[in-house]
Design a protein around this ligand. Structure first.
Ligand code: GN1
Ligand code: MG
Length: 347
């Protein structure tokens, strides 16, 4: 869904309600998220501090307060490692409410940037960071973390959503994507594999959106995981799958040149090796969690293909788009990627 336009003055006024070091000066749109509206705010020029200010998407996140409870709980548990630090409001909470909207702010992680694609060394570094992040969360009781988006990672549910929207076909788009729908249905055994694994792995506090775009790098090393909105009690293999989905290919998830969307085995292995070394530095995963890694990349790529294809047929109602046909490109890209992902099924 393409969001409404938010004025720069508005963001500046909001930013000043947070405990930032000086009045907000420059404001610019920031990041590549598909859900929230995100801005980089700085207090400069000259000797300035930088902040990331976001308006949460209320149609996705119905309960921002619970979401921020999760963020704050995890940040405190991690003691400043691995994730950015939220900024409180001057009034003393974590959210600024304005009409029906909810805003929050973070310190920008100094000198750290996202990368477009991850050569093996960076793929391994991102995965090691994810492993260390998981290991550090192993001691956090998942029952005290809110499930803000119930059944978020759930391929059988996403497949059922696709079947439903194909039957309803609200925009007359289904006929144009018969091949994609067929490919999505052909890979349905992956949804069952995901479901069976999910029943056997322990419930863990996980990130749930651990794609490459949500990893910040400094000098080629992964230093931080951002976008903590989906922290929930789920399972770790979803995160590894998301990193495999995004770091083992050379092209972005919306690249229309779908032939480029293939898993590079060197990068794929770098992710798995990096993850195993990161996690084993501080905890021993359950055998079912190790087993789940084998299918994780294919499962999450499949789930994402289902979600993009569903949103295309639904008329682009969930994911923000910046051009016509973007959700269709995303769906085709992910289906192409899926075909080369180790652990996949179907044709
Ligand atoms: C969304 O917020 P953003 O753009 O990082 C989505 C993820 C998808 C991702 C695909 C709450 O993440 O689940 O994997 O797009 N987040 C939500 O890039 O649906
Ligand atoms: Mg996200």
């Amino acid at each position: 869904m393409s969001g409404d336009v938010i004025g720069i003055e508005k963001v500046r006024r909001v930013a000043d309600l947070f405990a930032i070091s000086a009045p907000a000066q420059s404001v610019e749109p920031f990041g590549r998220g598909h859900i929230n509206a995100t801005f980089l705010v700085s207090t400069g020029p000259g000797g300035y501090d930088e902040y990331v200010v976001q308006r949460l998407n209320r149609s996705v996140f119905a309960e921002p307060a619970l979401l921020m409870d999760n963020v704050v709980l995890v940040s405190a548990h991690l003691g400043g490692r691995f994730v950015p630090e939220p900024v409180a409001t001057r009034a003393g909470g974590w959210l600024m409410h304005d009409g029906g909207e909810a805003w929050r702010a973070w310190h920008r992680v100094a000198g750290a940037e996202t990368i477009d694609a991850a050569p093996p060394q960076q793929a391994g570094s991102a995965a090691r960071l994810l492993g260390r992040f998981h290991a550090a969360l192993a001691g956090l009781d998942p029952t005290i973390v809110h499930e803000t988006l119930p059944r978020f990672h759930d391929p059988p549910r996403r497949l059922a959503d696709l079947r439903r929207i194909v039957a309803a076909d609200p925009c007359g788009r289904a006929a144009g994507v018969e091949a994609e729908i067929e490919a999505a249905f052909a890979a349905a055994p992956l949804a069952q594999i995901a479901h069976d694994l999910d029943l056997r792995v322990p419930v863990r506090v996980a990130h749930n959106d651990a794609k490459l775009d949500n990893v910040l790098f400094r000098d080629g090393e992964a230093v931080c995981l951002v976008d903590l909105d989906t922290i929930m009690p789920t399972a770790w293999f979803w995160d590894v799958g998301d990193l495999l989905r995004t770091a083992s290919t050379r092209v972005a998830e919306d690249d229309a040149r779908t032939e480029g969307a293939v898993a590079d085995l060197e990068r794929y292995r770098a992710v798995l090796d990096g993850y195993r070394s990161g996690i084993s530095s501080a905890t021993t995963p359950d055998p079912a969690e190790i087993e789940a890694l084998e299918h994780a990349g294919a499962i999450v790529t499949y789930e994402q293909a289902l979600r993009f294809l569903t949103d295309w047929i639904a008329g682009d109602v969930y994911y923000a788009t910046t051009r016509p046909g973007q959700n269709l490109d995303r769906a085709r890209n992910q289906l192409h990627l899926l075909a080369s992902m180790p652990g996949t099924v179907g044709s």
